[in-house]
Design a binder for this molecule. Structure first.
Ligand SMILES: O=C(O)C(=O)C[C@]1(C(=O)O)C=C[C@@H](O)C=C1
Length: 364
């Protein structure tokens, strides 16, 4: 009886899959048409723009708005994210550099934002991601910029001072850390735990409670930590799912981060400006002269015009020109008339002002 019912349901699933297959193929052919139209309408010397973050944000938002379940909005958007990623790959395979090695949270962020149909290249350092993009070796780069527990990623902020980059997107990732061991690890004799310094800090209280006397060794990335553990019998690593799966490690304790809302924000960097979507954010760097009240002066125009600041970070300047440098994120697009007026006002007081980019607020 059960078998009979299951058989009937599977026949229905097969027929639905056929329809989905045909529809996805039709969509992919449409994307190929889009590419043809883009190529056919280029001005002299113009290069075609295949990747359109503002359009992708609109597609995903629409999917989430129209979704009636039972799959959740994020789950449904994730499926469409992958369909669109594959459609774009038919138009142009995107090359994306990220802070590696393979298995890092930055790679997970790159996949969450661009989907899996991109050609991804792991880089050994944040500055290398910037250089790879600047050299034109890849279309985009992905770097971490802030963590909810540990704060700013200063290497990334400093790299923005050195390179002319356009921010074209953001993505936020819930960061779950696990304690991982290899096949040969003797779990009752762990004497060393490897991880990235930020991750060790994010799990400090848990480590104090469970492994107070075990040596904590900071390495260049969580993925590197996972890699080392593979061959050592007395060590463990703190890393995420991607690294655990990549190196075939076992989770002996899951979600050990001290704060359950631990998340990291990543930025997509490139050279392409993104048009407004109506739900955007802008990042700027401002340098003010070193005098009392400079920060207040900088913030007043935002307050007076009701602009929502989402982040402000201060970094020491590296050159004489950038005496004090503020990284500011706010809601709005630099082409909005109100934002334009505010930026104008600030630039009159500032030593220098640079718009790093306006981009759609993270959808996923
Ligand atoms: O609308 C476009 O410009 C497309 O290229 C199509 C499409 C899609 O598959 O929907 C693909 C890639 C772009 O990044 C945005 C959307």
């Amino acid at each position: 009886m059960v078998e009979h019912e299951l058989k009937a349901l599977r026949v229905r699933i097969d027929s639905l899959d056929e329809k989905i297959l045909e529809l996805i193929s039709e969509r992919a052919r449409c994307a190929q048409e889009v590419a043809r139209v883009k190529m056919a309408n280029l001005a002299e010397g113009e290069t075609p723009v295949f990747y359109r973050p503002e359009r992708e944000a609109a597609v995903l938002k629409r999917v989430m708005e129209r979704n009636g379940g039972p799959l959740g909005n994020e789950e449904m958007a994730r499926l469409f994210r992958e369909i669109m990623s594959s459609c774009l790959a038919l138009e142009q395979p995107l090359k994306v550099a990220y802070l590696g090695p393979e298995g890092t949270f930055t790679q997970a962020a790159a996949m969450k934002h661009f989907g899996h149909a991109v050609i991804s290249r792991p880089m050994a350092a944040i500055d290398e991601v910037f250089r790879e993009v600047a050299a034109g070796a890849v279309n985009f780069g992905v770097v971490p910029v802030e963590n909810s527990t540990e704060g700013a990623v200063s290497h990334t902020l400093d790299s923005f001072l050195e390179h002319d980059m356009v921010i074209c997107g953001e993505v936020e990732l819930r960061i779950h850390h696990h304690l991982l061991v290899g096949e040969s690890t003797k779990t009752d004799s762990i004497s060393r735990i490897y991880s990235h310094a930020q991750s060790l800090a994010q799990c400090r209280k848990w480590l104090d409670a469970h492994y107070p006397n075990v040596e904590r060794v900071a390495v260049s990335s969580n993925a590197e930590a996972a890699k080392r553990v593979k061959g050592e019998w007395n060590s463990a690593a703190i890393a995420g799912d991607m690294a655990a799966n990549l190196y075939g490690l076992t989770r002996i304790a899951e979600k050990i981060e001290d704060r359950p809302d631990n998340s990291t924000r990543f930025l997509m960097i490139g050279s392409q400006e993104v048009p407004p979507t109506g739900d955007d954010k802008t990042s700027i760097i401002v340098s003010m002269s070193n005098k009392p009240g400079a920060l207040h002066e900088l913030l007043v125009p935002f307050h007076d015009n009701g602009i929502d600041l989402t982040r402000i970070e201060t970094r020491p300047s590296r050159s004489g020109k950038w005496t004090y440098v503020f990284f500011i994120d706010f809601v709005g697009h630099h082409r909005d008339p109100l934002i334009k007026a505010v930026l104008e006002q600030i630039s009159q007081e500032a030593v220098a002002l640079k718009v790093l980019g306006s981009y759609p607020k993270a959808v996923l």
